[in-house]
Design a binder for this molecule. Structure first.
Ligand code: SF4
Ligand code: SF4
Ligand code: SF4
Length: 266
């Protein structure tokens, strides 16, 4: 209910300030989907997070992206930023990926992202190989490439950029799914794309460092069995409560660690 209330506050504020009923529908729907997922999780439903991913991911990919023609990827964010319009992708990025993570960390990555929604169906839910830290630099290349691509369209005064952005959304998503799937099999890790390539993590990681909602350990209950670390898809050291813990900004709040802890210490 608290989660739903936060989204409802965003929904009503944007509806009234921008005079557009769409925002009331959009954020109420996302808040309701998340609230249902959390309620299912509390009741012990193993598929709660997947239900949230499908409810929100499909809505954004199919309805907002394909039907409404909004580029909700990072290129869309740059596009709306350059046009000076606080709409669609800029609002989405502000709420889910830039300021929201100060509260809920990388909850977006665990419960709503339409790329991970598909990648999480692949067989390597727990990484079978150690993380290759240096490969994470690739994210800065993809981040810069997305910015340069949109900036070049504006600088070259290309006509009908809106149409180009729609096709960029389709091509971009196909590329994300193809590269994400190939990397998952190459590294035996469903989340390899998230760890090494995704440009959005350039926003997500620093902001989620300060997240209010995060996994911590009750060391009085913990028996040091290590089960939590073995099931974590993002290689987080959740036994260390400090903000500087290993891969701390990678946590997607999937709560697999908490669900598997025999002592309910997380
Ligand atoms: S890291 Fe990128 S691809 Fe992975 S879940 Fe987050 S936003 Fe989606
Ligand atoms: S699974 Fe629970 S008891 Fe085992 S190490 Fe992790 S927090 Fe401690
Ligand atoms: S298993 Fe725990 S520490 Fe790892 S990503 Fe999920 S919630 Fe975060």
């Amino acid at each position: 209910m608290a989660l739903f209330a936060v989204f409802e506050a965003v929904a009503i504020t944007l509806w009234l300030t921008k005079g557009n009923l769409f925002y009331l529908f959009n954020f109420s729907y996302i808040g309701a989907a998340l609230a249902v997922a959390v309620a299912l999780f509390i009741r012990g439903n193993k598929n709660a997070r997947r239900i949230s991913q499908l409810l929100i991911g499909l809505y954004m990919l199919v309805y907002l992206g394909l039907i409404s023609g909004e580029n909700m990827q990072i290129e869309g964010f740059w596009y709306y930023l350059f046009t000076g319009v606080f709409e669609a992708a800029t609002i989405h990025y502000a709420v889910a990926k830039i300021f929201g993570p100060l509260l809920f960390g990388r909850g977006w990555c665990g419960y709503a992202c339409w790329t991970a929604m598909v990648l999480d169906f692949l067989p390597y839910k727990v990484p079978q190989q150690p993380r290759r830290k240096k490969l994470g630099r690739v994210r800065y290349v993809t981040f810069a490439a997305s910015l340069v691509f949109v900036a070049a369209l504006f600088l070259a005064h290309v006509g009908n950029i809106e149409r180009i952005m729609f096709w960029a959304f389709i091509v971009g998503n196909v590329a994300y799914y193809a590269i994400g799937t190939a990397l998952a099999y190459a590294f035996k890790d469903n989340r390899a794309f998230c760890k090494y390539v995704c440009p959005v993590t350039v926003f997500l990681k620093p902001m989620s460092y300060f997240a209010r909602i995060r996994v911590t350990c009750d060391h009085d209950k913990c028996i040091g069995c290590g089960r939590c670390r073995r099931v974590c898809p993002m290689d987080v050291d959740m036994l260390d409560d400090s903000r500087g813990r290993e891969n701390g900004t990678e946590c997607i709040l999937c709560l697999e660690c908490a669900r598997n802890c025999p002592r309910k210490a997380l």
